[in-house]
Each structure stands twice: as C-alpha cells, then as structure tokens.
Design a protein around this ligand. Structure first.
Ligand SMILES: O=C(O)[C@H](O)COP(=O)(O)O
Length: 313
C-alpha cells in the first residue's frame, strides 16, 4: 500500500510503517491543489492539520482507504463524507491526552499562584510578596465539560488533590471514573474551575458566551486546552473585567489561524477583543501546545502506526 505523509511527525512513524511493508512518500510543502492532483495514486494519507480534508480533496482521492490523523481533533476532515466513501479514519487522542491533562493542571496552578506575574516581577528586580499571594486548589470544585479522552486524562491528574471533580458530557457513560457526571445546572452551581475538553463541532462553537457565563452561580476560573472557537473572546473579556471569571488559562484562541501561522503580522490586524484579552493580567496564554510534548510526539506516531497495522497487516 502507498502512503503519502503530509505533515512531519516522529521518525518512528515512517520507519515502522516501512518495516511493516508499506511504501511511504513524504510531501510537506505542496499546496492542497498540487496534492489533490496526485492523491489518486495513494491508498492512505497521514496528516496533522496542514490541509482541510474536504469533499474536493476526498473526491480526487479515488483509491484512498484510510486517513491517519496524528492528533485528536478531526475538525479539518469531512468525516461524514469520508465514511460515505468507505475511508477509514484513525486519530490518536491516546497519544496526547496525558500531555493535555498536565498542561491544563499546570495552567490552573500557575494562575492560582500568579507565577507569570511573579516571574516577571522578580526579573524586574522587585520582591512583591503580598501582591503574589496565591490561592490553593485544595477544597475547590473542578468542572469539566467534555469527558472523552482529554477530559478523563485531566481528571486523572487531579487524583492527588483534595478536590471535587464533576463533569458534563453529552454522552451518558461516565461510570467508574475520576469525576461525577452532573447536569449543567449542578455544574453552574458548584464550579470553581471550569476546564474545557470538547472537540470543535457546530454544537461547541461559541458555546462559552455571555448567556452561558451568566448561568454560573459564583465567579470561576476558565481553562481552555481544547478548541479556541468554543469561547467568544469578547464575552470572555467582559466576564474577566467584571470578575465573573477570575482568570483564564488559554492554550487555544478563537482567532488562531493554523498550527503553522503566527497569530497576526501586526498588532493593528488584531481583533479588538483579542487586544483587550492580551492586556489582562489574569490571563495566561500558550500557542496550542498542550498536547505537544516531547513524549506525545512519539506516542502520537506510535498510536497511528499501531492502528494502521492492526487494520491492514
Ligand atoms: O487535536 C490535537 O491533537 C491537538 O490540538 C494538536 O493538533 P495539531 O496536530 O493540529 O497541532
């Protein structure tokens, strides 16, 4: 079988697939149109998120039998159309869920202890202890929205803390886990820290907006290591300014372009809401790297190799 690799990954991916008898080709630079022109020659593709694998792409992929997505999110793939064409889909949330869980926890502890500001202040030669008095996670209630691979991995990280962990998921299958499944009403009532672990779908885009934030019964902290489009930035800024939200740790942004492009070339291009967000002291930002660790790079590649081999060898 001929596989085309469209994004760079850990070398074990191509090494092990070659060993297993697959013919592998790499193309990390051609445009989508150029790839579409030759895609009929391949039985499989392995991608991260460089291209939208849409109907036009899949329409040209006459012989495609599988898509390996070296990551969790599938929003760049027309999964319904792929299924209709009988193309199998392999993704790899098992490979980066631990990294996401650790990053989300790290963001909470950093925000609670004002580490970002403290670090800058010490570097500026200051020794401001009262200003950097932190708060503890102990005794708080952590609410999780989305209890799949990522939400569960994050909940597992909380085992060592004396916290109540509650979760809301559209699926009703949370038994024997590290969190108690609740209805949204209870989550609004109890949550001190809200962590999002939902995929990007029509239902989750714009989910965290003013109406949703207004339902919380007390001020809370927001952590988003999932997808930027779930949060309406303008409404988040308002909630941070009026202290409905006490702080936010955001690994993803509504306005991020793709994994490969800078946010904006100049400040002037930046939407006002994003500029306002960046002025706020109680916001901690990272460039979509929660699932992007040295270890996850290897685990993601291994997961995809194992899934392809299990199906085709
Ligand atoms: O979906 C994922 O696994 C992460 O968000 C990483 O996505 P990326 O491969 O597009 O960087």
């Amino acid at each position: 079988m001929k596989i085309l690799h469209l994004d760079t990954n850990h070398p074990l991916l191509i090494d092990q697939l070659t060993e297993a008898g697959f013919h592998n080709e790499e193309d990390y630079t051609s445009s989508k149109t150029e790839v579409e022109a030759k895609i009929a020659n391949y039985d499989g593709i392995v991608i991260r998120s460089r291209f939208a694998i849409d109907q036009s792409f899949l329409g040209n992929a006459k012989n495609l039998k599988f898509i390996g997505r070296v990551g969790a999110g599938l929003e760049n793939i027309d999964t319904d159309y792929a299924a209709k064409k009988g193309i199998q889909l392999f993704n790899a949330p098992e490979g980066n869920r631990n990294a996401v869980g650790e990053h989300a926890l790290g963001m909470i502890l950093s925000l609670f202890n004002k580490l970002n500001q403290a670090n800058q202040s010490v570097r500026d030669g200051k020794w401001l202890r009262e200003e950097h008095r932190g708060i503890e996670l102990d005794g708080k209630t952590v609410g999780i929205i989305g209890y799949g691979n990522m939400g569960r991995a994050f909940a597992r990280k909380l085992r060592g803390f004396t916290v109540e962990v509650i979760c809301y998921d559209i699926k009703n299958d949370v038994e024997n886990s590290d969190a108690t499944q609740v209805e949204l009403e209870e989550l609004f009532e109890k949550t001190d820290v809200l962590s999002l672990h939902t995929p990007e779908t029509p239902q989750t885009i714009g989910m965290i907006n003013k109406a949703f934030i207004d339902k919380f019964k007390k001020p809370f902290w927001l952590i988003n290591t999932a997808r930027g489009k779930s949060v309406v930035t303008e409404d988040l800024v308002d909630a941070l300014q009026n202290k409905q939200i006490l702080g936010a740790g955001l690994d993803v942004l509504e306005y991020e372009k793709s994994s490969f492009e800078n946010l904006f070339t100049s400040k002037k291009e930046m939407p006002e809401a994003l500029q306002a967000l960046m002025q706020l002291d109680n916001v901690l930002l990272s460039p979509h790297v929660a699932g992007w660790t040295v270890e996850s790079k290897e685990k993601l590649a291994q997961t995809i190799v194992d899934k392809i081999k299990a199906q085709f060898c």
